[in-house]
Design a protein around this ligand. Sequence first.
Ligand code: SF4
Length: 356
Amino acid sequence: MKKIGITTTVPVEVLIAAGYQPIDLNNVLVADPNPGRLITIAERAGFPLNCCSWIKGIYGVCMDTGIRDVLCVTGGDCSNTIMLMETLKLKGLNAVPFAYPDSPDPCLMQPKLEELAATLGTTLEEADKIRDTLQPVRDLALKLDELTWRENTVSGWENHLWLVSASDFNQDFRKYRQDLLNLLQDCSQRQPHPTGHLRLAYIGVPSVYARELYPFIEKHGARVVFNEVQRQFAMPEPGKSLAEQYSSYTYPYSVNERLKDIKTELQKRRVDGVIHYVQAFCHRGIGDIIFRDAIDLPLLTLEGNDDFFLNNHIKTRIEAFLDMIQRGRRRSVNVKKGKLEGVLAPSKNTPPSLRK
Ligand code: SF4
C-alpha cells in the first residue's frame, strides 16, 4: 500500500479504502530515539522557536522519512496545520487538506467524507466495508480501556499507548489486532492493581513526555484510569455510519462537546483528580479556563514544550498534587468515621476539651 502521513486522527477508513496505509506522523515523532533532532530540522528550515513542537516535529518527520503524501487536517485540529501544509507543498509534497465540520452533525460530516473519498479516488461504500473490518479492532482497544478502569489490570501507560495508536493502528491494523489480543490474554492472568491508589484522569492532547509521565504517577501511588483524547481515537461511539462515527468523535469540536464526554467518564470511573496537559504555544491551552470552571475535582495543569522527559519542576508539581489529594481523601475518611483528626488535627497545644 502507498503510505500517507496524517497530522492527527482522520477517517482512516477512507484512506485505507483508497489503497493508502495511514501513518500518524505524531506517533513517528515520539517513537524516534531522538525526537529533538526532528524538531531541529524544522527550526533550521525557519520554523519559529515559539511554534508548537508537534507541528515542527511533523515537518521534521516528513523531511526525514521522505514521505510524499500527507493528509493535513486544517479544520477541527490546529490552525498551524494550514501553514504547515503550505510549507510541505513548497517542498514538493502532495499535501491534501481535510477539515472537520464546525459542529458535530452527521449531515455536515457526510459531504466532507464524500469529498475526501472523491479526492483520493474511492467511494464511501468502499470505506464502509473497511469500517466493518476495523470495528472488531476498535472494540479490542475499547475492551483494554474498560479493563483499565473497571478491572484495574491495565496500566495508565498501556492504556495511553494502545489508544493513541488507534489513530493509525501502528501502521498495520492486522498486527495491531494480534498484538492487542496477546496483551489482553496477558491481562487476564494479572492481579488487579492494589486498591487504595488514587484514580486520575488525563485530559488534553497527548503529552510529549508521556513515556515518563505515566510510570512516574504510578510510582507515587496513583494511576491514570481515563485518557480522554486517546480514548476518542478508538471511536467509543461508532454509531451507524462513518458520518455518525466522526460526529461523535469529540476532539475536533468545541470544549463543551468534549466536556459532556469527560464529565460522564470522570463519574463513571470514580476519578479523584484530573491532569490537564497543554502544549506550549497551543491555542487549546486557553480551554484550561473552561475546564477549571466546569470540573469539580482537583485539577493540575501541566505544560510541555520540547522536553521529551519529565524535568524536576514538573515532578515536584505532580508529587504536590498527589499529596494534596491524598490528604483530602484522608480528611474526608476521618470525617466520615466521626474522628476529630483531619478536621482539626490535635497537637500538644490543642485544648483538652477538643481532644478525643
Ligand atoms: S498541540 Fe496545539 S498547536 Fe500543537 S499541533 Fe496540536 S493543536 Fe496544534
